[in-house]
Design a protein around this ligand. Structure first.
Ligand SMILES: NC(=O)c1ccc[n+]([C@@H]2O[C@H](COP(=O)([O-])OP(=O)(O)OC[C@H]3O[C@@H](n4cnc5c(N)ncnc54)[C@H](O)[C@@H]3O)[C@@H](O)[C@H]2O)c1
Length: 362
């Protein structure tokens, strides 16, 4: 059927791998709404789920076998929205098939597998983008530009990501109706069995990526962790390569509403951002204080559809070489390093861990 979406000439033809939560709530809608993407194919091992999504989004082709989708010469790029443990193996297959890759965050589960993928993608000349969609929050994008142009030298970055009570009530209301099936492919075991790994990978990845989006490289971290009841909290000190110092707080689940944001103090200005649950599709509320003019600027930032915006950025780069500040493979690897360094620092009672030297998996 016809839709109200206006598409550009020469859209990027994508195949979406996975018809689970993130694809139903994010990437299938995002691909369909994106001005520069054509939903060429979808794939899921669950035939029933895949057919259900095909009925809604009407891709040109439907696959129940990933290899078959990769063999489809019309598919130029794949969007991978499957369990964390499967990210790198499936991204690797796509790169080997010569397809560009958009893979959900976290990039993978070990530093070494992520580095191998980056190397392989370089050799094959394909682009890899990680689904750190907060980089496409219009409010944060405005704040980053302001930081670069007006803040002078930065001394402190404070970031917090606190999943709140009522989160599932909120997301159930905001997301479309989610379909599931018994034959969906899930990683072995229960990923939630080791909650500190699970929360670091799932939520900590956003906290670190936002910090690095604004501040660039983190050199080392020192972390403490405490768990009481259902509340898991990390306080992570970090030293940025530019000499600024930072403190990051990851807390899941706080007895409050969703609470996420950051503050940046510069010699000539300050940035404050309040970020909303991503499914609200609402840009961060940002206040940028310009110390020279003594005024605060608050961007309107009307477009909060980060899941569409990140895919448009992906396609813009592949089609036209336009950079949109995406998290590329190197950024995904830095986030993995920061997560594993945080975990190690907690194990070693807050010892400072250098991101360059850290190895291993979560
Ligand atoms: N960016 C965000 O804010 C955000 C939010 C939620 C989830 N995520 C990420 O999205 C990813 C997916 O999470 P989810 O909850 O949607 O998973 P899910 O388990 O609900 O869905 C995954 C789907 O992929 C299919 N699948 C897996 N491997 C396959 C294969 N090799 N071939 C064909 N089909 C295959 C499964 O059958 C399943 O239907 C995770 O990495 C998660 O961290 C990101």
């Amino acid at each position: 059927m016809k839709t109200n979406v206006k598409k550009e000439e020469g859209c990027l033809k994508v195949g979406v791998l996975g018809c689970g939560i993130i694809c139903q709530a994010g990437h299938l809608i995002g691909s369909t709404k994106a001005r520069n993407i054509h939903l060429q194919a979808i794939c899921d091992v669950s035939e029933a789920l895949c057919r259900k999504m095909a009925a809604i989004y009407e891709p040109a082709s439907v696959y129940f076998d990933y290899e078959e989708m990769l063999a489809d010469s019309k598919v130029e790029a794949v969007i991978i929205g499957i369990g964390d443990q499967f990210h790198i193996p499936c991204a690797r297959q796509a790169v080997l098939a010569g397809k560009h890759v958009f893979v959900e965050k976290p990039m993978g589960v070990s530093i070494e597998e992520c580095e191998e993928l980056r190397q392989l993608a370089r050799e094959k000349g394909v682009f890899v983008q990680i689904g750190h969609m907060k980089r496409y929050d219009e409010g944060l994008q405005f704040a980053k530009k302001f930081k670069e142009e007006k803040l002078g030298e930065v001394t402190v970055y404070k970031g917090w990501y606190c999943d709140g009570q009522g989160r599932y009530t909120l997301t159930d209301n905001l997301m479309p109706v989610l379909y599931s099936a018994n034959d969906m492919k899930k990683p072995a075991g229960n990923p939630k069995a080791v909650l500190d790994h699970y929360y670091l990978l799932g939520h900590g990845s956003h906290l670190f990526d936002t910090a690095m989006y604004f501040m660039g490289e983190i050199e080392e971290v020192s972390a403490r962790y405490v768990n009481k009841g259902k509340l898991h909290s990390w306080l992570i000190d970090c030293n940025f390569a530019d000499g600024a110092i930072g403190t990051l707080n990851l807390s899941v689940t706080i007895a409050q509403k969703w609470h996420e944001g950051c503050e940046i103090y510069g010699t000539k200005g300050t940035v404050y951002a309040k970020t909303f649950n991503p499914w609200a599709l609402q840009s961060s509320e940002v206040e940028c204080y310009d110390g020279e003019q003594q005024i605060s600027i608050t961007p309107a930032a009307h477009d909060g559809q980060v899941f569409r915006r990140e895919l448009e950025g992906f396609a813009d780069f592949i089609l036209h070489g336009i950079s949109s500040g995406a998290a590329e493979a190197g950024d995904g690897i830095q986030v993995m390093r920061a997560l594993i360094a945080t975990y190690q620092s907690v194990q070693e009672k807050g010892k400072w861990i250098s991101l360059k030297e850290v190895k291993g998996a979560l």
